[in-house]
Design a protein around this ligand. Structure first.
Ligand SMILES: [Zn+2]
Length: 84
């Protein structure tokens, strides 16, 4: 069952919505370095996430303050700082 969202173009053809991303699109995964233990690991950023969020390091469990920003082209930028 293909329940992907489909839209119609001007000539009535069914085309996939360009806003929909494949699950294996690697652009939402970035390598980050923990500001506490300095381990580098991949961080998956949910496509709906933006702004500031807090997540614990998988290695040392210290809290990260993560800032997520996206350019108009959809490029992902992530900053990580020590959360208080
Ligand atoms: Zn860590």
């Amino acid at each position: 069952m293909d329940d992907d969202e489909l839209i119609l173009d001007d000539e009535g053809r069914r085309v996939r919505s360009p806003r929909r991303r494949r699950r294996d699109d690697a652009s939402d995964e970035v390598d980050v370095t923990c500001p506490w233990c300095f381990e580098t690991m991949p961080l998956y950023v949910d496509p709906s996430s933006h702004g500031e969020l807090v997540q614990d390091c998988d290695v040392c469990c210290h809290p990260w303050a993560i800032t997520v920003s996206r350019s108009p082209e959809g490029a992902l930028e992530v900053w990580i700082d020590r959360a208080q």
